[in-house]
Write a protein that binds this ligand. Structure first.
Ligand code: ATP
Length: 370
């Protein structure tokens, strides 16, 4: 501890949280850099809100330590941690104007009137609320109300912003708008932000790094593209990506010159795979090419249905080994339900998962020919 107050990184060490017999968070370590925007992502009940609440001081860890900047804050009251939290259910005071809502917390903390005014006007400017200051919440749209909720956190000028699914009550268009707003805010303020969501698109588009959680455990902590391209395990691979990654269970078999992934009526050469045994093959929808020619392909599939999305075409396929896969192809591609198509997989983008934790195996496609 140096006592310097200029860094606002967050460091969690060995955090455990039990609620009676529920282990909500287990062996949790996380380093968030000064000014970084990190997203905690995972399915409902995986412990992400509990992590956030522990950082805020609203929940006490069963064991482990939390540092913000150069201070250990594990035993500090929420008000002494210099963090501001934005919730999903932002309760604005209906009888107060936007200006009064923004300044209320500061007034309670007995800041001087001039300081309150200048902070409120700065926040209003940053969030484009200047012209709305005299209105009451009832006279605002959903997006404007959420912006006021953001503003209330902003005026506190905290060292760390904590967001708990702040956009989940908004409709799709507003969510998109507010997501851009939060990204812009982060770019402008460069304050450390921790953002909880179960929406993988939100995580991919907002986070500089994503911490993926499952059953209270950290699964992977990496930049979004790395999580997408090299998911640590099958759980992460399935959680990130829409439509989700295609999978098939089978076996990696060692042939004389190379390994092959084998499942009923599927044989895919794997370059540079040192493993053999039971495994799951994962293929992203965009790593699949289909054609009417069924010769010299990885396998043959039947088109089930088509989803033309304008910029891309999703082709749902009935594949061997009872698998239903989806391919993301050029929107101009022509095929119809019931048709047989040849499927080729992009060998440089295959994922193979194996072991009790279904971890990603290292493949090095450039090492050998297939
Ligand atoms: P969601 O996305 O649904 O909010 P989450 O990932 O944020 O889920 P948490 O709210 O952190 O998950 O909950 C993690 C686990 O801890 C869950 O099993 C939950 O039921 C449990 N839990 C959370 N808070 C309490 C509490 N106060 N008392 C008992 N169990 C709790």
């Amino acid at each position: 501890m140096t006592g310097s107050d200029t860094t606002t990184g967050v460091r969690l060490r060995g955090i455990e949280k039990r609620f009676d017999d529920v282990a909500a968070v287990r062996s949790f370590d996380l380093d968030i850099d000064n000014g970084e925007l990190v997203v905690l992502l995972g399915p409902s009940g995986c412990g992400k809100t509990t992590v956030l609440r522990m950082i805020a001081g609203l929940e006490e860890p069963t064991s482990g330590t939390i540092e913000i900047g150069d201070r250990e804050v594990t035993d500090l009251e929420p008000s002494d941690r210099d963090v501001a939290m934005v919730f999903q259910n932002y309760a604005l005071y209906p009888h107060m104007t936007v200006e009064q809502n923004l300044g209320f917390g500061l007034k309670m903390r007995r800041l001087q009137r001039s300081e309150i005014d200048s902070r409120v006007s700065r926040a209003a400017q940053v969030l484009g609320l200047d012209t709305l200051l005299p209105r009451r919440p009832g006279q605002l749209s959903g997006g404007q109300r959420q912006r006021v909720a953001l503003g209330r956190a902003l005026v506190r000028e905290p060292r760390v912003f904590l967001f708990d699914e702040p956009l989940s009550n908004l409709d799709a268009r507003l969510r998109l708008e507010m997501r851009a707003e939060i990204a812009r805010l982060h770019q402008q303020l460069r304050t450390t932000m921790i953002y909880v969501t179960h929406d993988q698109v939100e995580a991919m588009t907002l986070g500089q790094r994503i911490a993926v959680m499952r059953d209270g455990l950290l699964q992977q902590y990496a930049p979004p593209l790395e999580v997408y391209r090299s998911p640590a395990n099958l759980f992460v691979a399935r959680f990130i990506g829409s439509p989700p990654i295609n999978t098939v269970a089978g076996e990696v078999v060692d042939r004389t010159s190379h390994s092959v992934f084998v499942a009923p009526a599927i044989e895919v050469p794997l370059d540079g795979c040192a493993f053999s045994g039971r495994a799951t093959l994962g293929v992203r929808p965009e790593s699949i090419a289909i054609a009417s020619d069924v010769h010299d392909v990885d396998f043959v599939a039947q088109v089930q249905r088509l989803e033309p999305l304008g910029n891309e075409l999703l082709v749902y396929l009935e594949c061997p080994a009872d698998c239903n896969w989806v391919a993301r192809v050029d929107p101009e591609y022509e095929c119809s339900p019931g048709e047989q198509v040849g499927v080729r997989l992009d060998r440089t983008r295959l994922h193979v998962f194996a072991g009790p934790e279904e971890e990603l195996l290292e493949l090095s496609p450039s090492e050998a020919g297939s």
